[in-house]
Design a protein around this ligand. Structure first.
Ligand code: SF4
Length: 333
């Protein structure tokens, strides 16, 4: 192979390896020295693991708003339902409008993102549980979202958004990453050029993942597509998308996973000896009791499905909702 074709091959390899999922992130989490004291809060989880699949777009709302580096620390004060951003050492000036002015032009440019990872506790970026201080210097019982995080959620209500700190919990990590992939897949596979057929194909591939998260919603979504009579395609697509994202919003329980696994086992009927089937049933029961991680029954089922499964069941996103290389060690629990 000559030099030119080697370079061409390397280029193709690089392009293939480029992550296609675009995710926004608080700039301090990627190591940018944008914090009030000129430091950062670099996240190894994001930089070493998630960056294998996510292409990050970093943004610091406080720097964008011109508060400078370094700058005095800030906090939220006043009514927790509509707090004001102030400097911690001088609560006389309301800085909220300056912060909003800094990000309001950028927000509409974030529509290409498939998810967002935010820095916890920040009066700008914190997603929830951010303290709001009273005039006596004590925080209210009620916590809230930072000013930028609140605006981001309002602008993109279906976008998966999570705090970096919570991603260190395997269950929450798994749920966030699978939602980012689901959100991205829906936008690519349905929203780019919606049709009822595409909605049905999408739903069909997500059936068992939906079942593992919310059995009622899974049935309701199926009925919505089957019985649609009066809604326009646009309304139907919107109703489906919001209910779909809501169904995945909480991690699946062991009981629901076990139920989905038993349904999938049903597709191997006639291909397993009774002893082989009993073995898998026992392993699913053990998973349900908390004795093994999900990976154990899932790997076993995948092994048999590879040999005997129909195209329909092998195509289920439940079997690999996102690339295994970033899966928590033992796809939890
Ligand atoms: S938490 Fe948000 S506002 Fe604060 S330094 Fe990080 S990116 Fe900037």
């Amino acid at each position: 192979m000559n030099n030119q074709s080697t370079i061409a091959t390397d280029k193709v390899k690089n392009e293939i390896n480029q992550p296609s999922i675009q995710v926004g992130i608080s700039a301090c989490l990627v190591g940018n020295e944008v914090r009030y004291n000129g430091g950062h809060t670099q996240s190894r989880l994001c930089l070493d693991l998630l960056s294998q699949c996510f292409k990050f777009t970093s943004f610091c709302p406080e720097v964008e708003a011109g508060f400078g580096i370094p700058r005095p620390t800030m906090r939220l004060t006043g009514d927790p339902t509509s707090p004001q951003l102030v400097f911690s050492n001088d609560s006389t000036s309301d800085l909220t409008a300056q912060l909003v002015k800094g990000f309001e032009k950028k927000l509409p440019e974030m529509g290409h993102l498939d998810g967002y990872i935010l820095m916890k506790n920040s009066p700008s970026c914190g997603l929830e549980r951010v303290k709001v201080y009273q005039p006596n210097g004590h925080p209210h019982q009620i916590r809230t979202a930072g000013v930028f995080a609140k605006a981001l959620k309002e602008q993109y209500p279906l976008m998966p958004i999570e705090e970096e700190g919570r991603l260190h919990d395997d269950k929450l990590f798994d749920n966030f990453v699978l939602r980012v992939y689901a959100y991205s897949n829906f936008r690519k596979e349905v929203l780019e050029q919606p049709s009822l057929h595409k909605l049905m194909v999408f739903h069909s591939r997500y059936k068992y993942l939906l079942m593992a998260h919310n059995q009622d919603k899974c049935r309701t979504l199926g009925r919505l597509l089957g019985a649609n009579k009066n809604e326009s395609l646009e309304e139907l697509t919107h109703t489906y998308f919001s209910s779909f994202i809501e169904a995945l919003s909480k991690p699946a329980s062991r009981k629901n996973h076990a139920n989905a696994l038993f349904h999938i086992l049903g597709y191997l009927k006639g291909n397993l000896s009774s002893m082989g089937r009993e073995h898998i049933v026992e392993i699913i029961h053990n998973y349900n009791k908390g004795l093994t991680p999900l990976t154990t029954p899932l790997t076993l089922l995948k092994h048999h499905l590879m040999q005997h499964g129909s195209a329909y069941i092998k195509d289920q996103r439940y079997l690999e909702p996102y690339p295994e290389k970033i899966s928590p060690m033992v796809r939890y629990l």
